[in-house]
Each structure stands twice: as structure tokens, then as C-alpha cells.
Design a protein around this ligand. Structure first.
Ligand code: HEM
Length: 557
């Protein structure tokens, strides 16, 4: 065995050298956000060996004890130094109040994600501590409409640190949503803006109508069996099939075949894993190496990669205009297609970002309107008035009319307000490597994540009153003088240059589906089912993961 060199220092100086090594590691990690797994492993494994030559002469009979002592002191010092710094008044976020455990460690946030209660937790924290709360060692949550505009708006911050932890480490290519460099984000966003511009969305209406007809037929068939259906599952399958059409011109048939390939389940499991890794970007590469952790995300990604290849083979002439035709620039005279890596990452993003969110909002809308039959009836009256059944007109015939139906849009807005599908995770921060930045009167130090949690802001009575916790669509109708409905504090699709690019498409989907189903079906919760289950089962895993919504349907006479 190779002889370990030794350095002669007194016992206490030798131990101090290990303390010094631990402090230096803290300084290094404080300066640099190291996410390169090999570099991280090397630093963590090799650096505690540096003090060993000084410690060894004091343990002449056992080199392994000397090594253990060195590792113990280095890691112990590193942990203690981090903790003391985080709780000390010199920490740049020291002036913001928050729970002690949150200031100490991100494990507090991981635990909250594990319970699925992050949205409720943030709500309680803001009630207790006020508009700015320190929710992590290097994190704050802001519930103040003016500052929120400054954070998310055009002069605001870049995507926050959670996006480093949400990116699958082995993938070299980033999807639009996880790009933290603002200039690069802007560059990649252009093609998405084009694909989801209002005139383009008109072109997608026939695809939406085809899938809507399929949904209505399937629900009618299900209603004939006299059994209840899980309406939330149907909304998910519908949204997934439609996003498959939108992104690739086809390939998904969950409404027809059920989730035979386990695609929806894979997506949900992947979402849960990311909800943990987002809190500790530096450890994400290590976590993803644990057995089972990245399995579902990579299975789904592989499925999307295969589908992307098939889509390229088919070409726009076969599929018609879809998101891929824009990402691949297929209709241009001198095409400048995205690389295959960027294309498949963005196609993956469209499927996840576009299906789960829409399905959750649709499910929430039906949950709320079935909970209050007066609302259901008022909505149906408006739909019937605009699309009289005896004249044979249908809501899907006229999207412009749908956009101008006040009560329909009030119902949709109210569901988006009370249960925004991204309840907490709108996070921004200074770009990696950049200096800190002022937003409003707040200085945001480098490495900080700033949350603007819609779930909390939407329930603040400064912005929505009276009864901010009540589902009350009338608040959106501007008919009563004392009602406050502050549009600037309404963020279900976020704000600014990194907001939801699919907002107009999503609104179209919501209007068409809700108006059609309300007009075509009688519906009620399954007898004996407790509606309180629905809200209890909503879990904040960055997006909401939902439970079951058992509904009995019958075609309207
Ligand atoms: C009701 C349904 C939807 C809601 C509530 C919603 C909400 C959101 C939110 C809150 C964000 C995060 C923005 C941020 O970090 O500031 C987002 C991003 C995004 N959404 Fe949606 N979304 C919905 C539907 C859709 C649809 C149908 C698509 C179509 C593909 C879509 C595509 C995207 C994309 C690509 C991003 C990333 C944008 C970027 O980083 O520039 N979303 N969405």
C-alpha cells in the first residue's frame, strides 16, 4: 500500500487544518453553484483528504482512524459553518422573517413538497409573517402585487434556481421553461410566440373540435352504463390527446385506449421527483443517480424522443400545422430548424406544461360548479342563450362569442384564482453568475430564489374581497361597487416575458370544453362521495396533482 506522506504539526493545529478545510469548502460553495456532478463528487470526496497528512502522525497505528477524523471534522465544520451563517445577521436575507427550520435548510421545503401542502404552508406563513417571508436559506416569498410586477415583468429577474434542480441532469438540452439565461430564453421563446399567436390558434380549432367530439361521445357512452366516471381522469386524457395533436399532429389515444402505456402515471411520478430535486439543485445530479429516481422522467422522455423522430418522418404535409412544424421551421422557404435535442425537449415541455395544467383547471371548474347548482344553472342559461339548442348552434362553432360571455369567463377566472395549477412555484432570481439586482425597493442577492405564489396572492383580501376564499364568480362581473378584483394580482398564467406562452390556447380549450359539457350533460357528484376529498387531495408538486372526481352524467333531454 502506498505510504501516506505526513506533515508535523501539533495535535490541535492538525485538527485546525481540517476545520480550515471545512471553512474553505463553505466559502467555495457560497461563491459557486456547482452542479457538475463529477466536479462535485471530486470536491466532496477528495478535499477532506487534504488535512490527513497533518492528522496522521497523531494516530500512528491506524491510518483509517486518521482519515475518519479528517472527514468528520471537515464535514462537521462545513455543516456548522453553513448553519451559523444562515442564521447570522450577516446573511443577506437576515432581515426577512420566517420559520427557523426554513432558514436552516432546504430539507424543510423538501418535506413540504413531500406532504403536498406547500401552497397551504405559504398561505399560513404570509398570514403570520407578512408580505415578505424567508421560506428557505436563500429564498423569499413575496405577496405584494406591486413588487410581483417588478419581479416577473420585463425588467424583472431570470428564472430562479429551482429550474436548475428541475432539469434532468443527464440531458444536455434544456427546454424553454428551464433556461435561466435571459437572452437565450428570449431567443428560444420567439418561435413559441409565433406558434401560439392568436391567428395560429385559430388554425388549431378544428383539432380541438375533433377531440371535443370524441370526448362527448365517450362521456355519452359512459353515461349509458349508469355508473359514475372519474371526470378528472377524462379531463386528463382529453388534454393529453389534444396536446399530442398540437405538438406532434397525433400519436396519443388515451381517450380511446385508456392509459395502456402508463403515460399519464409516468408523468405524475416524474412531476413528484422534480418537486423534490428543485429545492436542492446542487444535489439533483446525485439524487437522479439513486435507483428509481429518474426512471419515470427518462421513460417518458424516451417515449417523446421516439415520437419526435416519427413526427419528423411524417412531416408537416401529413400532420398539418402543429407546434413541431414551427419548432422545425417546416413551412419556411429557407428552414432553420431547432436541433433535435432542443426540439424533443420542447415537445416534451409542451406535453407536460399544456396537458396537466389544463386538465387540473377543467376538473376544478367542474368541482366548483357542481358544488353550487345555482352557479351551474346560471352558466347553463348563458350558454343556451348564446348557442340556442333548437337552432342547432354549438359552443365550439364560435370561439369569439365564447370569449365574450361574461359569466363563463368569470367562472373560469374564479377557478384559476382559487386553484391556480402552478400554486406556488413561480420563481425568479438573478441569472447564475450575475450580481444581485434591485426589484422595486428590494435588493435580491445572487443565488436567491424569489417566489411569487399565486395561491397566496389570489387569496389576499387587499386584492380580492369580500370573501377571498369563496368561489364567487360574480366578483369578476364589475357590477357591485364594494367588490375588489385586482387584475394586477391575478397570476394564474404568470406575467412578463416568461409567462405562459400557451395562455390563449388554454383559455380557448377551457371555454369550449366547459360550455359544451354544461350544455350537453346533466351531472352530479356520485351519491355518498364527500366533495371535501377533492380539495384535500390536491397536492402542490410544483403543479397540482389531483385525486378523483366521481361524477354521474346523463345526456341532457
Ligand atoms: C390553464 C392552463 C394553463 C395554465 C394555468 C398555465 C400556467 C403556466 C404558468 C404559471 C407557467 C409558468 C410561467 C412562469 O414561470 O412565469 C407556464 C409556463 C408555460 N406554459 Fe402554461 N399553463 C397552462 C396551459 C398551457 C398550455 C395549453 C400550453 C401549451 C403548450 C402551455 C405552455 C407553457 C410553456 C411552454 C411554458 C413555459 C414558458 C416560458 O418559460 O417561456 N401552458 N404556464
Amino acid at each position: 500500500m502506498a505510504k501516506i506522506p505526513s506533515v508535523h504539526l501539533s495535535h490541535s493545529d492538525a485538527l485546525l487544518s481540517a476545520v480550515f478545510c471545512g471553512l474553505s469548502l463553505h466559502l467555495l460553495f457560497n461563491k459557486l453553484e456547482i452542479t457538475h456532478i463529477t466536479a462535485l463528487k471530486r470536491i466532496l470526496i477528495l478535499s477532506p483528504l487534504l488535512p490527513v497528512p497533518a492528522i496522521l502522525p497523531h494516530y500512528p497505528n491506524s491510518a483509517s482512524v486518521a482519515i475518519l477524523v479528517s472527514y468528520g471534522i471537515v464535514y462537521g465544520t462545513l455543516a456548522a459553518s453553513i448553519l451559523i451563517y444562515r442564521l447570522s445577521p450577516i446573511h443577506p436575507l437576515a432581515k426577512y422573517p420566517g420559520p427557523l427550520l426554513a432558514k436552516c435548510s432546504q430539507f424543510w421545503n423538501i418535506y413540504n413538497s413531500y406532504t403536498g401542502r406547500t401552497h397551504l404552508n405559504h398561505l399560513n406563513l404570509h398570514k403570520r409573517y407578512g408580505p415578505i417571508v424567508r421560506t428557505g436559506p436563500n429564498e423569499v416569498s413575496v405577496c405584494d402585487a406591486d413588487v410581483v410586477q417588478a419581479i416577473l415583468g420585463p425588467d424583472g429577474l431570470a428564472k430562479g434556481p429551482i429550474w436548475s434542480g428541475r432539469h434532468t441532469p443527464k440531458r444536455k438540452h434544456y427546454s424553454l421553461i428551464s433556461i435561466r439565461n435571459m437572452a437565450e430564453h428570449l431567443r428560444r421563446r420567439k418561435v413559441w410566440n409565433r406558434a401560439f399567436s392568436i391567428p395560429r390558434i385559430k388554425n388549431y380549432e378544428p383539432i380541438l373540435r375533433k377531440r371535443l367530439d370524441q370526448l362527448v361521445d365517450a362521456l355519452q357512452a359512459a353515461s349509458r352504463s349508469n355508473k359514475h366516471v372519474d371526470l378528472a381522469e377524462w379531463m386528463s386524457f382529453f388534454a393529453y390527446d389534444f396536446m399530442g395533436d398540437m405538438a406532434f399532429g397525433g400519436f396519443f389515444e388515451l381517450m380511446r385506449d385508456g392509459d395502456v402505456d402508463g403515460l399519464w402515471k409516468m408523468m405524475e411520478k416524474g412531476i413528484r421527483v422534480q418537486a423534490y430535486t428543485q429545492h436542492i439543485p446542487w444535489a439533483a445530479p446525485i439524487l437522479y443517480e439513486l435507483p428509481g429516481m429518474g426512471k419515470n422522467a427518462s421513460k417518458l422522455m424516451n417515449f417523446v424522443i421516439e415520437t419526435s423522430k416519427k413526427r419528423i418522418e411524417r412531416g408537416v404535409a401529413f400532420t398539418g400545422e402543429d407546434l413541431s412544424s414551427h419548432l422545425l421551421d417546416e413551412v419556411s422557404a429557407s428552414p432553420q430548424p431547432a436541433s433535435f435535442g432542443d426540439f424533443s425537449s420542447d415537445a416534451f415541455l409542451a406535453i407536460v406544461a399544456g396537458s396537466d395544467t389544463t386538465a387540473t383547471v377543467l376538473s376544478n371548474i367542474f368541482f366548483y360548479i357542481l358544488s353550487d347548482k345555482m352557479i351551474f344553472e346560471r352558466l347553463r342559461e348563458e350558454v343556451d342563450h348564446n348557442f340556442p339548442r333548437k337552432e342547432g348552434t354549438a359552443p365550439s362553432d364560435d370561439s369569439t362569442k365564447l370569449a365574450n360571455m361574461p359569466y363563463l369567463n368569470a367562472v373560469i377566472n374564479e377557478a384559476l384564482r382559487l386553484q391556480p395549477p402552478v400554486p406556488t412555484g413561480l420563481q425568479r432570481g438573478p441569472e447564475p453568475g450575475a450580481e444581485g439586482k434591485m426589484v422595486g425597493n428590494m435588493f435580491i442577492p445572487p443565488g436567491t430564489g424569489v417566489y411569487t405564489p399565486p395561491y397566496v396572492i389570489h387569496r389576499d383580501e387587499r386584492y380580492f374581497s369580500p370573501d377571498p376564499d369563496r368561489f364567487w364568480p360574480e366578483r369578476w362581473l364589475n357590477t357591485q361597487p364594494k367588490v375588489i378584483t385586482n387584475q394586477a394580482a391575478f397570476l394564474p398564467f404568470s406575467l412578463g416575458p416568461m409567462n405562459c406562452v400557451g395562455k390563449s390556447l388554454a383559455q380557448l380549450e377551457l371555454r369550449i370544453i366547459v360550455a359544451t359539457l354544461v350544455q350537453q350533460f346533466e351531472m352530479d357528484f356520485k351519491v355518498g362521495w364527500d366533495p371535501a376529498n377533492w380539495l384535500n387531495d390536491l397536492e402542490d408538486c410544483f403543479v397540482f396533482i389531483k385525486g378523483v372526481l366521481p361524477v354521474v352524467l346523463s345526456p341532457r333531454a
